[in-house]
Design a protein around this ligand. Structure first.
Ligand code: HEC
Length: 287
């Protein structure tokens, strides 16, 4: 009995020593050591910002702005689709942006998707159908990297979910090719910062040197609805469109939330009334 107790105590003692051994130097360093060193590019890093006025789908009562989603689709089609796929979105999903079935069919046919030649069985391309998914611009990652200075353009379907504050991030990134602040640049260069050839400075990207060249220029595309295609406008439109591709049910989810809250309040009322009913005659009488 005593031996067993002694064994447990010794074991606990050794564990305690080991735990303290591993904790104390770290705690000491944290309290008294030099501050952790940040990489040189850190001085440039910016948090995502929202476009002026925010997005129509922000907040609990948010709604899609269908005209904006359609403009965002135009930006994707005319600019981004040269390098980025959208593999989780099918052409038929475009009906949710307010296009009719016939429009979607016509739109799908303007895209070339991978197909098979019925006579020879060889790989070829054919016009898209509503049930097809958006095609990847490159046949494989090797081709994608070879065409883009060794960086693979990621699929954009879920991009706004994959980055923190994703909608504002996409907006800020596309709108964010600026010249580095000269003061910060001088300081960072002392610490070995540079933007190597073939990369582009963008303070919103994780290490501020991005392999994607600036994509948007004023009046790059002509919007069907006559909206002026400024860089912030196109950036906001594509950010909204990519928010929809990542979560098409976003607005519905918010509306369902309101319905659920209303129902829960109603059910709470019912529960209270039935409680009253069941215990009506059974309360102890006050004397
Ligand atoms: C010429 C090809 C090309 C075009 C066109 C292009 N991109 Fe890119 N994009 C890239 C490459 C390459 C990368 C990878 C960059 C890297 O990892 O440094 C990238 C990365 C991205 C990223 C991810 C950044 C991150 O945080 O990892 C987003 C978002 C993006 N592009 C959005 C867009 C949008 C929106 C458009 C259309 C307006 C667009 N791109 C057009 C080549 C392109």
């Amino acid at each position: 009995m005593t031996i067993r107790l002694a064994g447990i105590l010794i074991g606990l003692g050794i564990t305690a020593v080991l735990v303290l051994w591993s904790l104390i130097p770290g705690a000491y360093n944290y309290a008294f050591g030099p501050p952790a060193e940040k990489p040189a590019y850190y001085v440039f890093k910016e948090k995502p910002v929202a476009p002026e006025g925010g997005f129509s789908f922000d907040g609990p009562l948010g709604k899609w702005d269908y005209a904006q989603l359609q403009r965002g689709y135009a930006v994707y089609k005319q600019v981004c689709s040269a390098c980025h796929g959208l593999k989780y979105v099918a052409f038929r999903n475009l009906e949710e942006l307010g296009y009719t079935e016939a429009q979607v069919r016509a739109e799908a046919a303007t895209w070339n998707v991978p197909g098979i030649d019925p006579n020879t069985g060889e790989a070829t391309t054919r016009p898209g159908e509503p049930t097809d998914y958006f095609p990847n611009p490159y046949p494989n990652d090797v081709a994608a990297a070879a065409a883009n200075n060794n960086a693979i353009p990621p699929d954009l379907s879920l991009m706004t979910k994959a980055r923190k504050d994703g909608t504002n991030y996409v907006y800020s990134l596309l709108n964010g090719y600026v010249d580095p602040d000269p003061e910060k640049l001088a300081k960072a260069q002392e610490n070995g910062f540079e933007t190597p050839p073939g990369l582009y400075f963008n303070p919103w990207f994780s290490n501020v040197n991005l392999a994607m060249p600036p994509q948007l220029y004023p009046d790059l595309i002509t919007y069907d609805d006559g909206t002026e295609a400024t860089v912030p406008q196109m950036s906001a439109d594509i950010a909204a469109f990519l928010t929809w591709t990542a979560e098409p049910s976003l607005v519905q989810r918010k509306q369902t939330g309101w319905f659920v809250i209303a129902f829960l309040i109603f059910a709470t009322g019912l529960a209270f009334l039935s409680y009253k009913q069941i215990w009506a005659g059974k309360k102890a009488k006050k004397k």
